[in-house]
Structure formats: structure tokens, C-alpha cells
Design a protein around this ligand. Structure first.
Ligand code: TXA
Ligand code: MG
Length: 322
């Protein structure tokens, strides 16, 4: 896969129905023309993603939104767009017929967001179409926050646009617009405390809702490394097997025995910093041949800590010790 910073070239590929990996402020995405069903089909194929998992559509202007959401568009959409766009918020609302069913996995709604990363913004603008883009990782695996993470997936994408390290390191918050407010479908970089300042947040997760059955961002297992990952549960450090990697919350000496590789998610416990480094730490542990199993410290489930623990629990799910 070719890596570079040529946005004009990347946009010309998108116009030809090709696939480009693009940086965003959350994680890297695999982008294609959202209105070209053939191109979208290739994303699913490349990601080995089941077609019941809908894609997010990325825009660079409010005019594009109006071609994707059916009218009348809820005033909540404009309130949220005004408050949080460009930025890490995905808004789900009823779609127009122009949005191919493949993008939305046959749902009547589509998820849309306007990224703030300048490279993503320029790519969308120069492509002159909205871009469907899931995170640029194989289905179920760790999301990418830099080019090397995308390269290790061995996609047959035509081009990777290098935009440095993602600012947030964790995916967008996904909300669905309802009649009386919004529901949070996926925790993310924008927290519930941020959202309630603008709209009523209705209690989520009614298991029977159509939308949730179709939203594997909410599957129990996801974001998972190729080797066992456990949430640290106050085990005695001395019981760690050789070849243990330990992802810790902050950079302080906790008296570990020698031979345990540690990665600190933050210098002093700053949660935004932990989010930025989370997937990167998981990739580093996954890539280190000497590491056989990974432990990770839990963080408080407050603010962005909710989104962090959502990812950590899903990454650890398949390896849960019962
Ligand atoms: O930050 C992000 O959102 C990144 C970057 C690349 O923008 N993208 C991302 O996409 O995380 P992906 O494909 O990994 O996650 C998309 C998730 C789906 O699994 C689902 O949970 C939710 O977004 N979603 C998308 N469209 C939806 C819809 N119509 N209804 C309900 N959930 C939807
Ligand atoms: Mg993903």
C-alpha cells in the first residue's frame, strides 16, 4: 500500500471508485465514495466486515448533510452540528434514498459525521462526495491511530494518506435522533456531560430496538488483539507469567517484578491522554513477539473514561476468565 500526503491524488482515486485510508481526529478510516455502492462493497470485502454492520458517512459541509438526511431534518441535528461539528460526533437519523442500502446495512437510518482533521476535511471537499468510512482495521480488531497500524492490516487499499497521530485516539460518539431527544448508541470522545448541555439524552439500550441489533459497535467483543488481554483485577504482580505486558494508567513505579513490559497510558492520570494512547498501546503489545498475554488497568468510568472502558471491556471479552 502506498503511503503519502497527496490529497489531490487521493481525491482522484475516490472519484474513480477506489479506496483510500484517511486520517481523522478519532481513528484512521477506510474511505470510499458513499454514493457508489460498488466502492462501498469493496470496503466491506477489504475489512472482512459483515454486511449487517453499517458504515458512517463523512461530510465536509452542511449542504451534504441535507442530501443524506430525509427532510424535515430534526432541529436536534442542527443543534448538535452547531455544537460539535466538525468533530467526533456521529448523528444517526432517517436517510434519503440516495444513500445506498449497503452503507446502512438496510437500515432506514444513516450515521453522519463531519470530521475536524484538516486532511480528512480536504479529502472530502476535493472528492466532492460524502465518504463512507469505517475504522481502518480488520473487523473486530484494534482500531488504528497512526499509519503503521493501518499498514499492518495488509489491506489492498490504493493509497494511505498520512495525517500523523489521531488527536482523540478513540472513535466518535454515536447518537441517534429521536422525537424527544437523543440516545447514545456508542460511547466516544464526546461525553454524555457534553451532550446534555444541548439536548436531552434519553436512556439508551433497549435490547429490542432495531437499530441496536444492527450496530456492532455495540457487540460484546470488538477492538481485540491477537493475544489474550485481561482487565487487571488486583492480582498479585508476582503471579504474572513471564511474557506479560501490562498497560497501566499512569507512569509511576508500582513495584513490578523485573521482566514485565509496561506501557503507561498517561504521565499523570489525564484521561484524554489515556484515550489517545489506548489502541496504540494495544498494538505495541500485540506486535511484540516476547509478549504472550496482556493485562490492562481499568480506568474510572467517568467522562471519556466510559468510552475507554467500553473499548477495554470489548477487547477483553473473548478472554474473560469466568
Ligand atoms: O470515529 C469514528 O466514528 C471512525 C472514524 C473513521 O470516523 N469510524 C468508525 O466506524 O468508528 P466503524 O465502522 O468502525 O463504526 C461504525 C459504527 C457501527 O458499528 C455502528 O455501531 C454505528 O457506527 N452506526 C453506523 N451507522 C449506524 C446506524 N444507521 N444506526 C446505528 N448505528 C450505526
Ligand atoms: Mg471500528
Amino acid at each position: 500500500m502506498k503511503v503519502g500526503t497527496d490529497i489531490k491524488y487521493a481525491a482522484s482515486l475516490i472519484k474513480k471508485g477506489k479506496i483510500v485510508a484517511m486520517p481523522t481526529e478519532t481513528v484512521y478510516g477506510l474511505a470510499a465514495n458513499a454514493l457508489n455502492a460498488m466502492a462501498v462493497a469493496r470496503i466491506f470485502e477489504m475489512k472482512e466486515r459483515p454486511t449487517f454492520d453499517p458504515l458512517i458517512v463523512h461530510i465536509s459541509s452542511i449542504e451534504q448533510l441535507e442530501t443524506l438526511f430525509r427532510k424535515p431534518i430534526s432541529p436536534y441535528v442542527y443543534t448538535l452540528a452547531e455544537a460539535f461539528w466538525p468533530g467526533p460526533l456521529t448523528i444517526v437519523s432517517t436517510k434519503t434514498p440516495e444513500v445506498p442500502d449497503l452503507v446502512t446495512s438496510g437500515l432506514s437510518t444513516v450515521g453522519v459525521r463531519m470530521p475536524s482533521h484538516p486532511v480528512a476535511h480536504q479529502l472530502i471537499k476535493q472528492s466532492e462526495v460524502p465518504l463512507a468510512a469505517p475504522s481502518a482495521n480488520k473487523f473486530g480488531r484494534i482500531s488504528p491511530t497512526m499509519v503503521s497500524h493501518v499498514l499492518k492490516q495488509n489491506f489492498k487499499a490504493e493509497y494511505i494518506l498520512d495525517g500523523g497521530i489521531s488527536d482523540y485516539g478513540i472513535e466518535s460518539t454515536v447518537v441517534s435522533v429521536q422525537e424527544n431527544g437523543i440516545k447514545i448508541l456508542r460511547q466516544g470522545a464526546i461525553t454524555e456531560d457534553d451532550l446534555v448541555k444541548y439536548v436531552e439524552v434519553l436512556s439508551s439500550t433497549d435490547e429490542n430496538e432495531e437499530v441496536e441489533k444492527h450496530a456492532p459497535g455495540m457487540l460484546k467483543s470488538h477492538y481485540s488483539p491477537h493475544k489474550p488481554l485481561y482487565i487487571y483485577n488486583n492480582e498479585n504482580y508476582n503471579s504474572f507469567l513471564p511474557g506479560t505486558g501490562f498497560i497501566i494508567k499512569e507512569n509511576k513505579d508500582i513495584g513490578l517484578p523485573p521482566g514485565i513490559k509496561t506501557i503507561a497510558l498517561s504521565e499523570n492520570g489525564n484521561m484524554a491522554e489515556m484515550a489517545v494512547k489506548l489502541f496504540s498501546a494495544m498494538h505495541t503489545m500485540e506486535d511484540d513477539e516476547n509478549i504472550k498475554q496482556i493485562y490492562i488497568e481499568a480506568v474510572p468510568e467517568e467522562g471519556i473514561g466510559k468510552a475507554i472502558m467500553d473499548r477495554v471491556k470489548k477487547a477483553a471479552y473473548n478472554y474473560m476468565k469466568s
